[in-house]
Design a protein around this ligand. Structure first.
Ligand SMILES: [Zn+2]
Length: 209
């Protein structure tokens, strides 16, 4: 753990912010590692920084790399070392807090993030065909008490939601099972829309529908 002093942007109080290199999933709530909080004025903001979240139940390591930040070689090598010690571990890279939250939701829901990404891509194409006025910037899977839904963030700042029947994931799992077996998963791969597009392109090239 390291301590960084940050000046509160609201009241100029000095905040002692604790950052961690590796964080156990179970500690995410108790440590709130990405939450900057001023005890003086109550200012709260989220701050992500390079770190590795360990999700032991699903043997997953998640490397958090904020956008436009240079990779911390020392920490990344530490992650690679952990992968070498245990070949049952999967690893992923995320570049925002929302992506991290989505990844943890997927793990907690026993879903496959690769399948989720392909379902998102299909939903994207569906919306593009049926509602061409919507220009989607990105999508996130979420869940409330009613079930899963996709949040679609549009270029005009609005967002819309699409309900997702969980059966969709099983159907996609059967559909893309074979093509996913052929896709090599490099260490700390980022499963995002462009990754999904590459898989989809190969799937279509091989005659999939
Ligand atoms: Zn403050």
């Amino acid at each position: 753990m390291s301590l960084i002093q940050i000046t509160c942007p609201q009241c100029q109080n000095i905040i002692n912010f604790k950052s961690y290199e590796t964080i156990q999933y179970d500690e995410l709530l108790s440590l709130a590692p990405y939450s900057l909080k001023c005890d003086h004025c109550g200012y709260v903001n989220s701050v992500i920084y390079q770190s590795i979240v360990k999700y032991p139940q699903q043997s997953q390591l998640i490397y958090v790399l904020p956008p436009n930040e240079k990779l911390n070689d020392e920490l990344f090598n530490k992650g690679l070392g952990l992968l070498q010690q245990d070949d049952t571990l999967n690893s992923r890279l995320v570049t925002s807090e929302n992506e991290l939250i989505e990844k943890l939701l997927i793990l907690n829901s026993d879903l496959d993030d690769r399948i989720v990404e392909l379902v998102k891509l299909e939903a994207h194409h569906f919306v593009k065909q049926n509602e061409p006025q919507f220009n989607i910037l990105h999508m996130l899977l979420n869940r409330d008490k009613e079930g899963f839904f996709l949040a679609l963030f549009l270029d005009d700042g609005q967002s819309i939601t699409l309900e997702v029947d969980p059966e969709v994931f099983s159907i996609a799992d059967r559909k893309y099972h074979q093509i996913l077996r052929e896709f090599e998963m490099s260490a700390f791969i980022q499963i995002d829309a462009s990754w999904g597009q590459r898989v989809m392109d190969s799937y279509l090239k091989q005659g999939g529908q």
